[in-house]
Design a protein around this ligand. Structure first.
Ligand code: FES
Length: 121
């Protein structure tokens, strides 16, 4: 599995999103509810960056027409988008966030026994 460094964990606000470029692939990194998610940073309905949308629980809202995408699966939870957005595996090593572009769905715990990273002190 090939992991690419994306940013520092501290660069991603809790309950917020940042856009990073992995090669030429735009990726939206989200911290919410103690977990880290990576989702392709283009809405499946039109060319709109999801990283500019609101985060609510484990969804991100596209600001243009209001579709929400589940950060765990990439699937839209309501119209007008009908197609899923790719999601990627993430891991945290110290303060460094890594993304695996070919990965499947899933977030990573940032704290607790299941976690691969730690929250900043
Ligand atoms: S562009 Fe995202 S829902 Fe329309």
């Amino acid at each position: 599995m090939s992991w690419t460094p994306a940013c520092r964990l501290a660069d991603i606000p809790e309950g917020g999103a940042v856009r990073v470029e992995i090669g030429d692939v735009p990726v939206c990194l989200v911290r919410t509810e103690g977990q880290l998610y990576a989702i392709h940073d283009v809405c499946s309905h039109a060319e709109v960056p999801l990283s500019e949308g609101e985060i609510d629980d484990t969804t991100v809202e596209c600001w243009l027409h209001g579709s929400r995408f589940d950060l765990r699966t990439g699937k839209p939870t309501g119209p007008p988008a009908t197609e899923p957005v790719p999601v990627y595996d993430t891991k945290v090593d110290g303060e460094a966030v890594y993304v695996h572009l070919a990965g499947e769905a899933g977030g990573v715990h940032l704290a607790g026994e299941a976690g691969g990273g730690r929250l900043e002190s």
